[in-house]
Design a protein around this ligand. Structure first.
Ligand code: PMP
Length: 387
């Protein structure tokens, strides 16, 4: 047996921007009620399991060969799905896919970010964004959201004009706040990015800014909040990123995808690793898309429970002060404010409920689980926070 304590240590040439960093991730704890990473609480039903497993078996028979590098059949299925879901018809070459939308976003930063370039986003937002920037040596810029976490489009346009970012990242609905943007606001940001010139260090004009709308939670948006997919036709510098991890209930399969102009997608194809999407992943994704209706069947129920959770939290007071609960278009709710949020988190955990300490000081985020899970969450919170 190798005893690690006897292994000599070398001073490794860790890049200075990585020094002192731990790998990103929420605690993965073995507790009964997991409401911490915005997963869908419903596993696929037995029919779907059998059907996906049959396709996976076929894929396994071909695993001696590398998978389809360009996976146009999957991209075509994704285009068909988006046409049904959002009414926007795209060609397969306008779709891209990767191992989660995390990898999609990394491709975007590898393709358009890099030394001498900047990426801009709107804080508070998804905590992985600065890590994509760090890992691609892209300068990371943020401007704050308003007090209600909505995005100040005038301030965003001004920041784009001043800093000419190569990439603008907008999560809509935003994580951890749940806030969605209007199409008008996104269009104005895409137009502002289209007007700026991104310059290389030697002064050469490289092109305009790219805007990515991260719709990881897009399917949970409230009616009347349309998808940014509708804007793609008019904005060749715009991309919409989606995932099968949330509404589709397939977080474990690691499938994210992006829709944009063919030129933008072609730029991503340059930076992907050869065969980045395994044959098994492609088979799972295509089979899941065939069962999209069943897999997405619980979305309406989860949205209704999200609204109920917001309403319930808003009725709660602590020492006479009502809780502050943020409006949500996603499958989670941000609420607070607690001087002792770490203690509340721990108290819930002691009762078997794992939520997330994330967002501005004093706030906690809870993902929407099953009806039973939310009942346990509510009574645990009443007890722990003294509501
Ligand atoms: N974007 C946002 C806003 C997210 O919250 C998440 C997951 N927490 C992701 C992207 C990444 O999801 P995945 O890689 O599973 O597609």
């Amino acid at each position: 047996l190798l005893d690690d304590s006897s292994t000599p240590h070398a001073r490794l040439p860790v890049r200075p921007e990585h020094a002192g960093f731990a790998p990103y991730g929420a605690p993965q704890l073995d507790v009964p009620i997991l409401l911490n990473v915005n997963e869908n609480p419903y596993p696929p039903d037995d029919d779907v399991v059998r059907s996906v497993a049959a396709d996976v078996a076929d894929a396994v028979r071909g695993l001696n060969r590398y998978p389809d590098r360009d996976f146009l059949p999957l991209r075509s299925d994704l285009a068909d799905f988006l046409a049904r879901e959002s009414g926007v018809r795209l060609v397969p070459e306008q779709l891209w896919a990767a191992n989660g939308s995390n990898e999609i976003m990394l491709h975007v930063m590898q393709a358009f970010g890099g030394p001498g370039r900047a990426a801009l986003s709107f804080a508070p937002t998804y905590s992985m964004y600065p890590e994509y920037a760090r890992d691609t040596a892209t300068r990371w810029l943020t401007i704050p959201r308003r007090d209600d976490f909505s995005l100040d489009v005038d301030a965003a346009v001004e920041a784009i004009e001043t800093s000419a970012p190569a990439v603008v990242l907008i999560a809509s609905p935003n994580n951890p706040t749940g806030t969605a943007m209007t199409l008008e606001g996104i269009a104005r940001i895409a137009e502002a990015a289209a007007r700026v010139t991104v310059r290389d260090p030697d002064g050469t004009a490289a092109g305009c800014g790219v805007v990515v709308v991260d719709e990881a939670y897009g399917e949970f948006r409230r009616t009347g909040t349309p998808s940014a997919l509708e804007l793609l036709g008019a904005h060749p510098n715009l991309a919409v990123s989606r995932t099968m991890s949330k509404a589709f209930a397939l977080a474990g399969a690691r499938v994210g995808y992006l829709a944009a102009s063919v030129d933008l997608v072609d730029a991503l194809r340059v930076v992907r690793l050869p065969y980045h999407l395994s044959g098994v992943t492609q088979a799972v994704a295509r089979a899941a898309l065939r069962h999209a209706d069943v897999l997405l069947a619980q979305v309406d129920e989860l949205r209704a429970r999200r609204d109920e959770t917001v309403a319930w939290l808003r009725r709660q007071t602590r020492a006479g002060v009502p809780l502050d609960v943020v409006e949500s278009d996603a499958n989670f709710v941000l609420f607070g404010r607690f001087d002792d949020r770490a203690e509340i988190w721990q108290g819930l955990l002691d009762r078997g409920v794992l939520i997330r300490v994330v967002g501005p000081d004093g706030y906690l985020r809870v993902s929407i689980g099953t009806a039973e899970e939310m009942t346990v969450f509510r009574s645990a919170l009443v007890e722990v926070a003294g509501l």
